[in-house]
Design a protein around this ligand. Structure first.
Ligand code: NIG
Ligand code: FE
Length: 423
């Protein structure tokens, strides 16, 4: 736990003392800011902030702190760290051969049906030890922290055997112990039907429900459960069964739904009180109405649309219907080999017509809701974790998504400690 004083901040964005757990509809357009500000993080928590005009009144208090870390943020903004509520960052290898196949005309679904995709990743992951997996995942985690992520969710789902699913979840558990950022683990045994169960999918669902889930619960390896509820993957009935079984162990759902079609993923997630339903590239009015009558957070993953050439989730429409929207990276080797939240925000602005303020709210406060971290993450609020980043010298907030692909995070701070400086 560290302490840091950041002075001369051009604008401190994301201030929220309202206690609100989400921003929905028109409220998403507002990102409260204090210009010419200071921010004081003490023992890992946001202690106070204010205007530089009144700084003299506080200076004595700060100077009494031994070894105080003082940063000058002249010309730079400070924002709450991003909360990335959907990733698969424990994986074995990259899959650029499938990327080339898609360039040559094959679709994601064709490649998956032919044993590529998730099954390709599973075959490779099964060959790797827990330590090898940890090494790769740790490096990816360091990388995303460097670019402003301050809390993250990581799913299993590339094991698809009892032993290999547990192996991934144990890697996530070790990451939780060695990383300064908050990590939530999601059990995604129902990510694809493994080849050896192709002719008997019921036997695989039984394995997920009767063998994997009890072991995951016994070792306390997961915070949530996920199912890839979509055409060619798991049906609504199978998803419903898995969600109901997981609920017996106190695991709430974070569902992959409506990526490949209007398949009932939203409805089954909402009916089971899922915390979030993610992807949503295919949505009709019924799905929107269903979300309106729920507390389930809609999560969009624009990297996946960009990378696979899918439609973008109609989040502009969702917000215009008064709904909240969350953005996440979906960092994984098949549909989003990039875990930088800054690029997600650019895509949301460019392709989904979110304003920069809406996109940042979606990537911070609403991300925190999608991980049950509303009380500690996602905004500049006294008492919340001191997870913030200082931008590079940029002319305005809108410049950040405008300069797509350019990392605008200069200093990443987690719990009051500097974890990365990018020059
Ligand atoms: O969220 N859609 C399901 N799962 C991942 C991709 C998995 C893969 O292709 O490896 C996703 O896009
Ligand atoms: Fe995903």
């Amino acid at each position: 736990m560290g302490s840091v004083l950041i002075k001369n901040i051009k604008a401190l964005y994301g201030i929220d003392e309202s206690g609100a757990k989400i921003k929905a509809g028109s409220a998403m357009a507002t990102l409260n800011a204090l210009e010419n500000a200071w921010l004081w993080i003490e023992d890992g928590l946001i202690a106070d902030y204010g205007s530089m005009k009144d700084f003299d009144l506080f200076e004595e208090r700060f100077m009494r702190v031994p070894g105080i870390d003082i940063k000058d943020a002249s010309g730079r903004f400070v924002l709450p760290s991003y909360v990335d509520s959907h990733t698969h960052l424990v994986f074995s290898h990259s899959r650029e051969e499938e990327f080339v196949m898609r360039i040559q005309g094959r679709t994601y679904e064709e490649i998956a049906a032919a044993g590529g995709g998730i099954l390709n990743s599973a075959a490779k992951l099964r060959q790797m030890s827990e330590n090898e997996l940890l090494e790769g995942a740790y490096a990816r985690l360091q990388e995303v922290m460097k670019y402003g992520t301050g809390a993250i969710e990581i799913k299993s789902g590339y094991g698809l055997t009892v032993e290999d699913e547990l192996k991934i979840l144990r890697v996530i558990k070790r990451l939780k112990l060695i990383s300064p950022i908050e990590i939530k683990a999601t059990f995604l045994g129902a990510h694809a039907i493994p080849t050896e169960f192709k002719s008997n999918r019921k036997a695989y669902i039984d394995l997920v429900v009767n063998e994997m889930l009890p072991k995951v619960a016994e070792e306390q390896l997961a915070d949530y459960v996920d199912v890839f509820c979509d055409q060619g993957f798991f049906t609504v009935e199978e998803t419903d069964l898995i969600l109901k079984e997981a609920a017996k162990y106190g695991l709430r759902g974070k569902i992959h739904g409506n990526e490949l079609g209007i398949t009932g993923g939203v409805q089954v997630a909402v009916a089971n009180n899922a915390l979030s339903v993610d992807h949503l590239e295919h949505m009709g009015q019924e799905e929107i109405d269903c979300l309106k009558a729920s507390t389930t957070m809609p999560v969009a993953l624009p990297n996946c649309s960009f990378f696979l050439g899918l439609p973008y989730a109609p989040v502009r429409k969702l917000i215009d219907h008064g709904l909240p929207v969350c953005l996440a990276t979906d960092y994984n080797p098949g549909s989003s080999p990039n875990g930088r939240m800054g690029f997600v925000i650019s895509l949301a602005c460019i392709q989904m017509k979110l304003t920069p303020e809406e996109a940042i709210n979606a990537a911070t406060i609403n991300g925190a809701y999608a991980l049950d971290l509303s009380d500690t993450h996602g905004s500049i609020t006294r008492g919340k974790r001191g997870n913030v980043f200082i931008t590079k010298e940029v002319p305005s907030l809108a410049y950040m998504p405008y300069s797509f692909g350019v990392p605008n995070v200069e200093t990443a701070i987690i719990g009051g400690r500097t974890v990365a400086v990018n020059y």
